[in-house]
Design a protein around this ligand. Structure first.
Ligand SMILES: NC(=O)c1ccc[n+]([C@@H]2O[C@H](COP(=O)([O-])OP(=O)(O)OC[C@H]3O[C@@H](n4cnc5c(N)ncnc54)[C@H](O)[C@@H]3O)[C@@H](O)[C@H]2O)c1
Length: 374
């Protein structure tokens, strides 16, 4: 693990999720830019002292020489380090599981794509919401045509935690997210817009072909966007709307997907993730529940508890880790083994960074509609 020291948000979640099914073990890390804090984090994670490294370069070098070397590196640092850490891992022969966004800029995403291609190693991206069972069920249904031709898409991701200038108080997660040198090109759009964009493409099976973006920095003095309103055109001509905000006062983590086809619509809410609503034309509405027997056989592998026992974010992360572990393991016997397309990878990383770059640049120049290249 790179990142994830005490006081960090997502590193400890990765650790819980990775280890949930007993097939992955956290054995080494460079958990902080501060060697002493990295050492302390290693102790709190219960790993041996000589494998809590002072920095990630040292970790890659030393691990490469070990008989029991790590199999892959998990990246949970602020965004500007995603590319250098991923490149270092790949160059040292380690697969990569990175948190989003793939990189800080689109140019960096292309550089990473080239390195993944060149090294033929596995690269996965934790677009967390793709790990929820009912998101995967919705994906299967939409792609199999259950809704008919998709005719409208609405995706919303609203949070309120940056409604004030939290970064001015020194709040750790707010400080780097509002600093272009650490967050990259996008503010809210890079932080949560990429989740919304990915979720829409992941479930619908359609690419977003064109966008018309209006990004704002609502809180005075903020260098990056904190509110984004984007009109979409899918590759089948269907219209859509993506709205993302971190100044939606009072909202918590309100990610919602609404997909409408010719026959009906599907609706999923991240804050109530074990329910999928289906509204049909001319027949009664349906509610699908996680862990029910009537779900697709592959979806039934994605939960661990019987119906009515809620699972959530950690388990969704764990599903991505479990699928990644299968690919890493199969590499031991078949070097050509690839990651299942159920797990987002570098392709989704480049797509989402293309979206961020096009949205930021076109909004700044008030360019109106712009295309997203394939
Ligand atoms: N998938 C999700 O739902 C999700 C949720 C939250 C955050 N994230 C992503 O995870 C990443 C981390 O976000 P966070 O909120 O946990 O940030 P954070 O500020 O809470 O933690 C970042 C960690 O990285 C460490 N770090 C910084 N520089 C380092 C270096 N040079 N070497 C080693 N460690 C270093 C910090 O010490 C800290 O422990 C971001 O890219 C963010 O976009 C994803």
């Amino acid at each position: 693990m790179v990142g994830g020291a005490a006081g960090s948000f997502i590193g400890p979640v990765h650790r819980m999720a990775a280890e949930l099914d007993g097939v992955i073990e956290l054995v080494a890390g460079a958990f902080s830019q501060d060697p002493e804090r990295s050492r302390q984090a290693g102790a709190s994670y219960g790993i041996s002292a000589e494998r809590a490294y002072a920095n990630y370069e040292e970790m890659m070098e030393r691990e490469r020489k070990r008989q029991d070397a790590i199999d892959f590196v998990c990246i949970v640092t602020p965004n500007h380090l995603h590319l250098p850490v991923a490149l270092a891992a790949l160059e040292h022969g380690f697969h990569v599981m990175s948190d989003k966004p793939a990189t800080a800029t689109l140019e960096e995403a292309y550089a990473l794509q080239e390195a993944v291609r060149r090294t033929s190693l596995l690269y996965a991206l934790t677009f967390t919401y793709t790990g929820y069972p009912l998101v995967r069920e919705a994906r299967q249904m939409a792609r199999a045509g259950a809704l008919g031709k998709i005719r409208k898409a609405v995706v919303q991701y609203s949070q309120g935690w940056l409604s004030g200038s939290l970064e001015a108080t020194g709040h750790k997660q707010a400080v780097w997210r509002s600093d272009p040198a650490q967050a990259g090109l996008g503010g809210a759009i890079g932080d949560i817009g990429v989740h919304a964009f990915n979720l829409l493409e992941y479930v619908s099976g359609h690419r977003v072909a064109e966008i018309c973006a209006d990004l704002s920095s609502v809180v005075a003095g903020r260098a990056l966007d904190d509110d984004c309103n984007v009109l979409l055109k899918l590759d089948n001509g269907a219209p859509g709307v993506l709205f993302v905000s971190q100044i939606a006062a009072g909202d918590r983590n309100d990610l919602q997907l609404h997909l409408y086809g010719e026959k009906g619509g599907l609706h999923w809410w991240q804050e109530d993730p074990n329910r999928l609503e289906l509204n049909w034309i001319g027949k009664p509405s349906q509610t699908l529940h996680a862990a029910a027997d009537y779900l697709a056989p592959s979806t039934r592998l994605d939960f661990r508890l019987p119906m009515g026992h809620p699972e959530g974010l950690v388990e969704a992360f764990a599903n991505i880790y479990r699928d990644f572990a299968v690919a890493v393991r199969s590499r031991f016997s078949d070097a050509a083994a690839q990651l299942s397309d159920i797990v987002p990878g570098i392709r989704e990383g480049v797509r989402s960074m293309t979206f961020v770059e096009r949205a930021v640049v076109s909004s700044r120049s008030r360019a109106g509609w712009v295309g997203l290249p394939r």
